[in-house]
Design a protein around this ligand. Structure first.
Ligand code: ADP
Ligand code: MG
Length: 715
């Protein structure tokens, strides 16, 4: 079969001016129609009866349950708005436990008896939908024979319109639950955790003297890394199509060693894709802010301005969808796999997280007054305590088969959870614990007469890029998320464990206040105790180093390298009790998640292993045999015998992989995941090793796969 991969990709083939693939019309003046596809509060004010609008906003602001009598009126306004924008269908969008986004489309139009169709959309259709839930994994919460699940409108995340060349679709963010009320999705626990954190934080704020805040929101701003490659290479690789990553491919002669890509200038086709995606996301109300090249060749990053956890998480799902869709208009494929190319830097997602009051106060901002400072120290100490106590659960919140190539494999960040505070803050906490002043830190922190922290630079030089959980001026940055991951569960965990720790600190504070009564002294004592007992989690050094691995072990920190190692943490006693105490997830709901995630790991491992076996046998082996024949025909006996030996090993490895692909009968659940990891994936690695060695000796025109050098460097 002749290879087509040498096709020369030129600007003219995609340039919107060249007229072929791009969808941005550059003859139109560039406008920035932020939110034009969103049924935002501003649109609602315009579209809904005054009374409906005001009652809806009031409900949302207080985080209270929605009055169902409002639904008909909202549905009418929403329908008219959507029809004017060309929508013919609506869908309840939800996030099943697979971490993906699901939607089922229903037409607005119903035929009437006199032969026409009328657009209808009632309040009950807005509020509740009934997708066939049987095709979504539920981890045993609901057997298929009782397949009913329902979606429920989430009025806190605005509805929006998705356009298509042939029509438009009204998308309504919803939660997905079983009829027995169990959460079958990622949104419900996230919303519950936001409520829990708000209650705990408000209680603490009252103790700290804040009488005005009435709700605390958790916020998230994700930095998303991704790869863009030419779609031609994608379609020539069954591994990319089936698994999202390359299962074969020798390291290219040029990697990121030259550091010429990071923050380098963005290639024109890529920039065109970015601008188009950003414009589309802006229309959908996603506040995209920054873009740049990442470390690896062909790797990039996009980051929005932060939003509340629920909206931020919904918007992140939308961002991934939009980028993947728009990429195709430019002849590109957007890869969100955590490790698409072995030996090349992988892709993660930095989860910037904080807590803020409805009065505009960021609880993790040190601030300029003594009052702000003691409040900051209190909340910051609570987070440190929470992360130390639940380090295993945090690690488990980012599991996934793609993640094992990053977290467990000496890449940034490591599987060991630790916190980077920065030298100044570490000094402040250290001084509180030791009770001694430091000449370089305003000693005032100690007496707490005027406990003003040195202003911590938001973007100071004091940064540590290897830390999985870093304080970055006014927020914590949880850096261990995978690039394809939903934000929902990691933030559910953060909110829940923070709520628990804040309450523990509040209990102590309350007890102390009823004694001595001095707030500053009481807070100092509470912070001292919390920090002192969690200090082992704080680490400012190089997280990649071998030394850290042994030091972390001696500190008693967990090092859960792979998904099967980390999964049991979801059901650890401490995890279950925190989730149950705050009514975020019941034991049954946790069990169902753990079961689904275990199953997903096994399914994906199996797809990878079977794809690799088939590629090795039907694509690579024939190429290698032709190479042997070529060398024999040319009378190159020595060469031929070396190649033949390599081919022999390759055949053995393929046979080994094929055997590993047959699962033993009596193994299931976590044990099966461990089996897949230790037998299937190791057999795959062996096949790959030999396949990659063959790539280096087989004639280039015989090799059936595009190579890394082409995929990564042709833009
Ligand atoms: P970095 O230096 O880590 O690359 P960026 O500026 O790219 O930083 O990203 C910082 C991210 O942190 C942005 O998405 C931003 O919106 C987010 N962020 C800023 N403040 C907060 C906050 N209070 N809560 C949550 N996220 C925040
Ligand atoms: Mg970052």
């Amino acid at each position: 079969m002749p290879k087509v991969r040498q096709r020369n990709v030129t600007a003219a083939q995609w340039s919107p001016n060249g007229g072929v693939l791009g969808s941005v019309d550059l003859t139109e003046p560039f406008n920035y129609p932020f939110g034009e596809l969103v049924f935002s509060p501003a649109v609602q004010r315009h579209r809904l009866p005054k009374d409906t609008y005001e009652r809806l906003q009031a409900t949302l602001a207080k985080g209270e349950a929605l009055d169902p009598s409002l639904a008909d009126s909202v549905a009418l306004g929403m329908k008219e708005w959507a029809l004017e924008r060309g929508a013919t269908h609506y869908t309840h969008v939800f996030q099943p436990l697979t971490g993906l986004t699901a939607e089922k489309h229903d037409s607005f139009f119903g035929p009437t008896s006199d032969g026409i169709a009328l657009a209808e959309f009632s309040g009950s259709e807005l509020i509740q939908g009934e997708p066939d839930a049987s095709s979504f994994p539920t981890g045993g919460v609901r057997a298929t024979f009782e397949a009913r699940g329902y979606t429920a409108w989430d009025p806190t995340s605005p509805a929006f319109i998705l356009e298509n060349p042939n029509g438009a679709l009204l998308c309504i963010p919803t939660a997905f639950a079983s009829w027995t009320g169990e959460a079958l999705d990622a949104k419900i626990p996230l919303l519950r955790s936001m409520d829990a954190l708000s209650r705990s934080a408000i209680r603490a704020l009252r103790l700290l003297g804040d009488e005005t805040a009435s709700r605390v929101f958790t916020t998230v701003g994700p930095e998303q890394e991704y790869f863009l490659i030419d779609e031609q290479y994608y379609f020539e690789r069954p591994d990319l199509i089936n698994t999202g990553r390359t299962l074969f491919g020798a390291k290219p002669p040029k990697g990121h060693e030259l550091d010429d890509h990071y923050f380098g200038s963005i290639p024109e086709r890529v920039l065109a894709f970015m601008m188009d995606s950003e414009r589309e996301l802006a229309r959908l109300g996603v506040p995209v802010k920054t873009r740049h090249n990442e470390v690896a060749p062909a790797q990039y990053e996009i980051a929005p301005i932060f939003e509340n956890s629920n909206v931020g998480s919904d918007h992140q799902q939308l961002t991934m969808q939009v980028m993947q869709r728009i990429a195709r208009n430019y002849g590109l494929v957007c890869l969100l796999h955590e490790k698409p190319f072995a030996g090349v830097n992988g892709s993660g997602k930095h989860n910037n997280w904080s807590m803020g009051t409805d009065t505009g106060h960021n609880l993790l901002d040190p601030g300029a007054t003594p009052e702000d400072n003691i409040s900051f120290l209190f909340f910051c100490a609570a987070v440190i305590k929470a992360v130390d106590k639940h380090q295993g659960l945090l690690r488990a919140s980012v599991v996934g088969i793609g993640q094992d190539h990053r977290l467990g494999a000496n890449e940034a960040p490591p599987a060991i959870v630790s916190i980077f505070l920065g030298a100044e803050l570490e000094k402040v906490f250290g001084a509180i614990v030791s009770g001694e002043g430091d000449p370089h830190t305003p000693a005032s922190v100690l007496g707490l007469g005027t406990p003003v922290l040195p202003p911590l630079p938001m973007h100071g030089g004091d940064r540590n890029r290897t830390s999985p959980f870093a304080f970055t001026g006014n927020k914590f940055e949880f850096r261990a998320l995978g690039s394809s991951q939903s934000l929902a569960f990691p933030n559910t965990v953060l909110n829940t464990i923070a709520a628990e720790a804040i309450d523990e600190l509040s209990d102590q504070l309350q007890a102390k206040l009823s004694g001595s009564g001095d707030l500053h002294e009481a807070v100092t004592a509470v912070v001292k105790d919390a920090y002192g007992s969690s200090e082992r989690i704080v680490f400012g050094g190089d997280n990649y180093s071998e030394d850290w691995h042994s030091e972390a072990e001696s500190r008693g920190l967990k090092n859960l390298a792979t998904t099967p190692d980390a999964l049991p943490e979801v059901l650890a006693d401490g995890s279950v009790s925190a989730f149950e105490k705050y009514e975020v997830l019941s034991r049954r709901e946790l069990e169902s998640r753990s079961e689904v995630w275990t199953e997903q790991y096994v399914i994906r491992a199996n797809i990878e292993a079977e794809t690799a076996a088939s590629m090795a046998r039907t694509m690579l082996l024939p190429a290698a045999l032709r190479q042997v024949a070529l060398e024999e025909a040319a009378g190159m006996d020595a060469l031929a015998s070396t190649t033949r030996a390599l081919v022999g090993e390759f055949v053995d490895a393929i046979t080994g992989l094929e055997a590993a692909n047959v699962y033993p009968d009596d193994v299931e659940g976590l044990e099966l995941a461990i089996h897949a990891r230790d037998h299937q994936l190791t057999a795959l690695e062996r096949v790959r090793e030999l396949g990659d060695a063959l790539e280096k000796v087989v004639a280039d025109d015989l090799w059936p796969l595009p190579k890394y050098a082409e995929i990564l460097f042709i833009k």
